[in-house]
Design a protein around this ligand. Sequence first.
Ligand SMILES: [Zn+2]
Length: 102
Amino acid sequence: MLQPFLHYGIHFLLPLAVALLFFKTQWKIAYLIMISGMLIDLDHIFANPMFDPNRCSIQFHPLHTYYAIGIYVLLLIPKKTRLIGLGLIIHILADIVDCLMM
Ligand SMILES: [Zn+2]
């Protein structure tokens, strides 16, 4: 069972690695902002059933569509929103790994 390990590894350890590597002095704040990318899973509330481990989130939930991902990429451009965009893209990455491993 490698999948949960990979999923949560990307969710929690990848933002940590990025924070430590690129935001040395402010890594805690950077990490917190990136972790808050998890909030987009709130869109699962509108899904039925709310949580299904065998469902691919990508393209299923409104905040996990290619359209939404496009917006997350745009958030990378301004310095102010870069961390938010980064957190959201890392989140999507974790979900994509899930889909690939199904
Ligand atoms: Zn998700």
